[in-house]
Design a protein around this ligand. Structure first.
Ligand code: COA
Ligand code: AMP
Length: 632
């Protein structure tokens, strides 16, 4: 039996022994009474009775044990021309003083803090400072518009919001403060204070009494110590897209997430304490939480915070420059970043400009990775390239090749084998396991391992119905796929209204809600269409109300602007067409899947239940006007 097989088997046969041992890598103020509590299944809880502090594990213990002068975080920002290294001692100083700032603003254990920041080190400082106090942070990605931010503020109910004067997208300086002000205007929940980091590019006007300057508060702050929290207490809420406009507040606990994230650093990503890991993601996404803010520092390694893009800052060699300059052995990013690089530097000429001899592995996740992109990366980097499968809900890889355990063979198109702790199965429409190689719903047998989400914030009922009711005893991932005869998992796509645009998870349902709110729109549908760079792009269909005589082009431009205004630029909603009617089943269900296939010029069967097959030709004609459905 291979090393991987024996470890995976043991993790399922003896989860208590397996994770109990992994938990010894974390410092506990009080040991747990029980490794796994199944008394409220499907809401399993790990390390019940245990007390710890995640910030203590990420910073204090390393300073105390000889890593004070080692780099904890490297901030590399080509957009501002800055490279800054924070040692563990400096990081601890910043974090414990910012915890003091938050405490003076009234934040204590269990309170929420919303962080709406670009990729600056202060975002990580704020996250760790919350963890230090036992407060619960909720980071909102900067590409979301005020409406989305306000929805999250209302749901999380933060005492304090931490933000910055601006973000920088390549050469564009984007003021954040007007977005925050607009969100707070819209929100029904009002935080008592905002802390604003004034960046040199933009000075944000502060509202006296409510807004505070980061630097001024820090200059006067006293450091505070770590507050012990229960292993089961929430560390953070991270909102992710569901099938409606109401995002899901994924809750992750302190104990389980510390144990699992730390475990993956070496066993999955091969990182040793003292080495540098680079997750080229954003602190607003799950990858940024697990592998920028927490994982590397929990492990005594160095985290990398990159404020730039794979291309354009300044060119498609940016990643190689960073890897070379900071001696980074492992990079984790989304396939879309590699598609962008490949498009600009198809022969990998910029790769050869840099000495990458220390670089050992590339990990890709966040969306389906096309074999071409993976093979291109293998060919030019000459290191293992590992596609691994993840969700915000799971917090860490469900499947992949754990290079720290064993270099299993790669199968192109597959996300490889389940990780320890994950019992992945495929169920058919009858909720029974399908035959090997047959496609169905990808599900995980409960319990999931530590680090998986524990519930949805303020929405336990929604959590049950979204994830646990359809297949009792299992967690339903929302992904479809199959497992082959060697146990390799193939993730083929979502079964719900979630799409993946440039590695960003977005809800077509939420976009439909925006389109439907336009006064001239009677009906609408949004689908994801295949895009060679971003993986998928949203595309809208609108049916106008009868009697509307305004220019269709004008209305299309208005709905596009509306999505940008309500959801944000990250939605990349740039294409919409007007159609006379939408294809539906006789029971009235919109045939989004069929429209998707027509747009992609894929083979499709006219559904037997379709109301009027002639509509499909109308859809095809409309799609052709915007460059899709071209069979040639
Ligand atoms: N703040 C404000 N606006 C933001 C933003 C942020 N943090 N992040 C993105 N945006 C804006 C962009 O400026 C762009 O706006 P535009 O329509 O005015 O051009 C829009 O949102 C879409 O951004 P993005 O998806 O980043 O597309 P892009 O065309 O600018 O860049 C890639 C394309 C492939 C280079 C980029 O998407 C990328 O690096 N993707 C990797 C994704 C990733 O790491 N995902 C995390 C999962 S691991
Ligand atoms: P997020 O919650 O943003 O991480 O998005 C999770 C979703 O992204 C999953 O449910 C999948 O649909 C998709 N996804 C993530 N990683 C992969 C992968 N390696 N292969 C295919 N799809 C993936």
């Amino acid at each position: 039996m291979s090393q991987y097989d024996s470890i995976h088997r043991r993790s399922l046969a003896d989860p208590i022994g397996f994770w109990g041992e992994a938990a010894a890598e974390i410092d506990w103020f009080k040991p747990w009474d029980k490794v796994l509590d199944d008394s409220r299944a499907p809401f399993y809880r790990w390390f019940v009775g245990g007390e710890l502090n995640t910030c203590y594990n990420a910073l204090d213990r390393h300073v105390a044990r000889g890593r004070a002068d080692q780099a904890a975080l490297i901030y590399d920002s080509p957009v501002t021309g800055t490279i800054q290294t924070f040692t563990y001692r400096e990081m601890l100083d910043q974090v414990s003083r910012f915890a003091g700032v938050l405490q003076r603003l009234g934040v204590s254990k269990g309170d929420r803090v919303v962080i709406y920041m670009p990729m600056v080190p202060q975002a990580v400082v704020a996250m760790l400072a919350c963890a230090r106090l036992g407060a619960i942070h909720s980071v909102v990605f900067g590409g979301f518009a005020p409406h989305e931010l306000s929805t999250r503020i209302n749901d999380a109910g933060p005492k304090v919001v931490v933000s910055a004067s601006c973000g920088i997208e390549v050469a564009k300086v984007l003021p954040y403060k007007p977005l925050l002000d607009a969100a707070l205007e819209l929100a029904t929940h009002k935080p008592t204070a905002c802390v604003i980091l004034q960046r040199p590019q933009v000075q944000a006007p502060l509202i006296p009494g409510r807004d505070h300057d980061w630097d001024e508060l820090m200059a006067a702050a006293s450091p505070v110590d770590c507050v012990p929290v229960a292993a089961t207490d929430p560390l953070y809420i991270l909102y992710t897209s569901g099938t409606t406009g109401q995002p899901k507040g994924i809750v992750r606990d302190n104990g389980g997430s510390s144990v699992a994230t730390k475990w993956t650093m070496q066993h999955f990503y091969t990182i040793q304490p003292g080495e540098t890991m680079w997750a080229a993601s954003d602190v607003g996404w799950q990858v940024g939480h697990s592998y920028i803010a927490y994982g590397p520092m929990l492990h005594g390694a160095t985290a990398t915070l990159y404020e730039g893009k794979p291309v354009g800052t300044p060119d498609a060699g940016a990643f190689w420059r960073v890897i070379n300059q900071h001696r980074i052995p492992v990079l984790f990013t989304a396939p879309t970043a590699f598609r962008a690089i490949k498009r600009e530097d198809p022969n990998g000429l910029l790769i050869r400009k840099y000495d990458l001899s220390h670089f050992r592995a590339l990990f890709l996740a966040g969306e389906r990775c096309d074999p071409d992109t993976l093979q291109w990366a293998e060919e030019h980097l000459k290191v293992p390239v590992i596609d691994h499968w993840w969700q915000t809900e799971t917090g860490w890889a469900i499947a992949g090749i754990p290079l720290g355990i064993e270099r299993l063979p790669v199968k192109y198109g597959s996300t490889s084998k389940p990780m320890p702790g994950w019992n992945v199965q495929v169920l058919g429409a009858d909720r029974q396991p399908v035959a090997t190689g047959q496609e169905g719903a990808l599900v995980m047998k409960l319990p999931m391992p530590p680090g998986a989400f524990t519930t949805l914030w303020n929405a336990e009922k929604r959590c049950r119905s979204a994830y646990y009711e359809e297949n009792p005893g299992f967690y339903t991932t929302g992904d479809a796929g199959f497992i082959d005869e060697d146990g390799y998992i193939f993730v083929m796509g979502r079964v719900d209204d979630v799409i993946n645009v440039a590695g960003h998870r977005l809800s077509t349902g939420a976009m439909e809600e925006v389109l439907a709110s336009h006064p001239d729109v009677a009906e609408c549908a949004v689908i994801g269409v295949t895009d060679p760079m971003k993986g998928e792009l949203p595309l809208g269909f609108i049916v106008l109300k009868s009697g509307v005589t305004r220019s269709e082009e004008e209305i299309v431009q208005e709905v596009i602007a509306l999505v940008r205004e309500r959801i944000g630029p990250v939605a990349a909603f740039k294409t919409s067409v007007v159609v006379k009617r939408l294809p539906k089943t006789r029971s009235g269900k919109i045939l989004r899947g069929t429209m998707h296939k027509i747009a992609d010029s894929a083979e499709y069967k006219v559904p037997a239940t379709i109301d009027d097959p002639a509509i499909l030709d109308e859809i095809e004609d409309a799609l052709k006007t915007v460059g899709y459905a071209r069979k040639d």
